[in-house]
Write a protein that binds this ligand. Structure first.
Ligand code: NAD
Length: 337
């Protein structure tokens, strides 16, 4: 099978070139997949894409015209693929549903501790010979309330990760889990979670329903000084509302691994360029905002799992026409992403 891998960085090439099954003939493209670059897939049976490739109806049409039969996503979320269009063109979409929930959960904790104890600022200061503690005061995690929105694979591991800190955990999920309840975790309505949480961590998928879940209305009902953590998908947060929340002081800290317009920025070295996204630049001016460039998944274990599952998916589909990780288009639903 001929496989074209889009949005290739060095780490993708290194990982996917090792353990390569003999039945896969792989070509790497640095380009992101979009309507301009889709023709590169000419002559390939399958393509492999990542979180910021834009696989809309036009792109799917081009891929189908050029003979692509399988879109293998090397990530869990699939909000960037028009599943209905893929189905109409007979293109199979598969993904890697879980590669390391630990990686993301641990990164969320890292953001929380860094924002609280300001390690990033302290490190920069000490390197400059500034040993002052002014402005570095944090708070004990012990006794604080952490609200978790989305108690799936990552949300549950996140619960385990933080449970040693002596915090109280509140949870909200559209589909509460019995497993979580048996652990003594209380499910509450969103309003109560907003009202009572000192820290709110987002672990739900991006759907039509969760788009801008964190908006002016939600922020108004939050505890003053709340810490907001998003390692899930950027558009869960209305960035303008969060900036207003930071300015008013309702939001005390923001930790982001994802950003709603990240497609123009993340994964690229733009250090010599003028950033055109004024909203992003404004966000970075706050001393209590910490942003990482969609790296929560980026551990050795996760990358190995992504590679192995992607190859398994492709080989199974080639051999049997299906695999366990196919993403099915469910019409008229907002809960599939
Ligand atoms: P999952 O499907 O196991 O869990 C998602 C949970 O969200 C489920 O329990 C589901 O019931 C719940 N949910 C669905 N709709 C909801 C709603 N409207 N309100 C509240 N909860 C709702 O997914 P997961 O593996 O835990 O991943 C969660 C998200 O993390 C993914 O959707 C993905 O966007 C993101 N992610 C980010 C990274 C990263 O590197 N930053 C890596 C992997 C995944």
């Amino acid at each position: 099978m001929k496989l074209a891998v889009f949005s290739t960085k060095k780490w993708v090439r290194d990982s996917f070139s090792s353990n390569l099954p003999p039945s896969l003939d792989i070509t790497f493209f640095e380009a992101r997949l979009n309507a301009e670059t889709a023709v590169l897939a000419d002559g390939f049976d399958s393509i492999c894409i990542f979180v910021n490739d834009d696989v809309n109806d036009t792109v799917i049409g081009i891929l189908a015209d050029h003979g692509v039969r399988i879109i293998a996503m090397r990530c869990a979320g699939f909000n960037n693929v028009d599943l209905k269009s893929a189905e109409m063109h007979g293109i199979i979409v598969c993904r890697v549903p879980a590669y390391s929930p630990y990686a993301i959960a641990e990164h969320a904790l890292g953001l929380i501790l860094s924002l609280n104890r300001k390690y990033h600022r302290a490190h920069a200061r000490v390197r400059e010979g500034n040993f002052s503690l002014d402005g570095l005061m944090g708070f004990d995690m012990h006794g604080k309330t952490i609200g978790i929105i989305g108690t799936g694979r990552i949300g549950r591991i996140f619960m385990n990760v933080i449970s040693g800190l002596g915090v109280k955990i509140l949870a909200y999920d559209k589909f509460p889990s019995d497993e979580v309840k048996t652990k003594g975790i209380t499910y509450v309505e969103l309003e109560q979670l907003y009202k009572d949480s000192d820290i709110i961590s987002l672990h739900c998928p991006l759907t039509y329903e969760t788009y801008h879940l964190i908006n002016d209305f939600a922020i108004k009902s939050m505890k003053k000084g709340v810490m907001l953590i998003n390692t899930s998908r950027g558009p869960l947060i209305d960035t303008g509302s969060v900036i207003n929340g930071l300015k008013s002081g309702i939001i005390g800290y923001v930790g982001l691994d994802v950003y709603e317009e990240e497609g123009d920025l993340f994964f690229e070295d733009l250090s010599d360029e003028v950033i055109q996204d004024d909203t992003f630049v404004r966000l970075q001016t706050f001393p209590n905002v910490l942003i990482t460039s969609h790296q929560a998944f980026f551990t050795t274990e996760a990358i190995d799992n992504i590679r192995d599952t992607t190859f398994d998916n492709l080989i199974q589909i080639e051999d049997t026409g299906t695999c366990a990780n196919i993403v099915i288009n469910v019409p008229d639903t907002d809960t599939v992403r």
